[in-house]
Design a protein around this ligand. Structure first.
Ligand code: GRG
Length: 305
């Protein structure tokens, strides 16, 4: 199978699992009561029918390194995707990035309204942990706890939320002084990097891997997360809105310092290549079995959407 076929396969599996999990939760027959229709529709809009499902790919393929089947990793992948979708819904809000388009569609607050978007995000964040608490995520309670703690840390104040706060502080409270390159690297490693690192580590947790194997996946995740961000900045600087599925040139128009604006396009491209290679090198000890992950590093570095 080529990388594109694998990604597409895991995209389909994730979509089907999310649909099932959300469907069961929102079923009118649900004993605990079903959520209001408007909220339910907004959650579907945020979660289903779009997205590359790149983080689920990382979970499933890193778990495969330790012999786990797709089915054994898919609930963890779906939980992580719920957190990712929540972050996009909240990031698009007028109080944050104020975006009207996401995944080629109106953002949730545009299609519904702000309060519905806030609540849909809240519901997705909490649902992620409900998914991880169930035996279907993994038969071992210790593994489920490890996954829960890892996702909470990656998503929370010392992870994605912290990175988002640093980004907004720099933009709004920075008194016209743009952050330096090392500050941007730090905030991005939290805002975008933390979830991607966790996606890779999650496979090692599910596979009850040895500490050095878990560390290798974290290192790979750190490099691929940075590659993802540089590629995202390059897309914003050079991409085309119709292909990317959201507005581009937003950073330049807002005069926002990014990795690309501080380094320049050529240096950012060179750094992207260096980081791609570092990601591949981190997995050397796994040999050819790691190919689906090394191909993911190449995909990130060359993506156009
Ligand atoms: C609201 C707490 C909170 C955090 C928001 C994720 C995030 C933090 C902001 C998104 C801003 C942004 C565009 C960051 C660049 C990297 C990124 C996360 C891009 C979107 O992820 P993809 O490309 O999206 O994987 P799809 O649609 O394919 O799932």
């Amino acid at each position: 199978m080529t990388f594109a076929q694998r990604l597409d396969r895991i995209r389909g599996l994730t979509e089907a699992r999310l649909e099932k999990l959300l469907g069961a939760e929102t079923d009118a027959q649900n004993q605990d009561g079903s959520p209001p229709r408007r909220l339910r529709d907004a959650i579907g809009h945020a979660t289903l029918g779009g997205g590359k499902r790149f983080r689920p790919y990382l979970v499933v393929e890193s778990a495969a390194l330790f012999g786990l089947s797709e089915a054994e990793a898919i609930d963890t992948a779906a939980a992580l995707e719920c957190v990712h979708c929540y972050s996009l819904v909240h990031d698009d809000l007028p109080a944050m990035d104020n975006d009207a388009t996401r995944r080629g569609l109106p953002t949730v607050w545009k299609a519904y309204d702000e309060w519905t978007a806030i609540l849909a995000g809240d519901a997705l964040l909490t649902f992620a942990f409900e998914i991880l608490s169930r035996p279907e995520a993994h038969p071992s309670p210790e593994v489920r706890l490890d996954l829960t703690a890892g996702l909470a840390k990656a998503a929370g104040m010392a992870g994605m939320v912290g990175g988002q706060a640093l980004d907004l502080e720099a933009e709004r409270l920075g008194a016209g002084k743009p952050p330096a390159l090392n500050e941007i690297l730090h905030l991005q490693s939290l805002k975008t990097g933390a979830l991607i690192r966790f996606a890779c580590e999650a496979g090692a947790i599910l596979g009850q891997a040895k500490p050095d194997e878990r560390q290798a996946l974290r290192t790979y995740g750190k490099e691929i997360g940075l590659a993802f961000q540089i590629a995202d900045d390059l897309l914003d600087a050079e991409g085309d809105a119709a292909t990317v599925g959201k507005a581009v040139s937003k950073d330049a128009a807002a005069g926002k310092a990014t990795l690309v604006s501080l380094m320049g396009i050529d240096a950012a491209r060179a750094e992207l290549q260096r980081v791609e290679q570092a990601a591949v090198d981190a997995l050397r000890s796994f040999g050819p079995r790691a190919e689906p992950l090394t191909e993911a590093a190449r995909f990130v570095a060359s993506r156009n959407r």
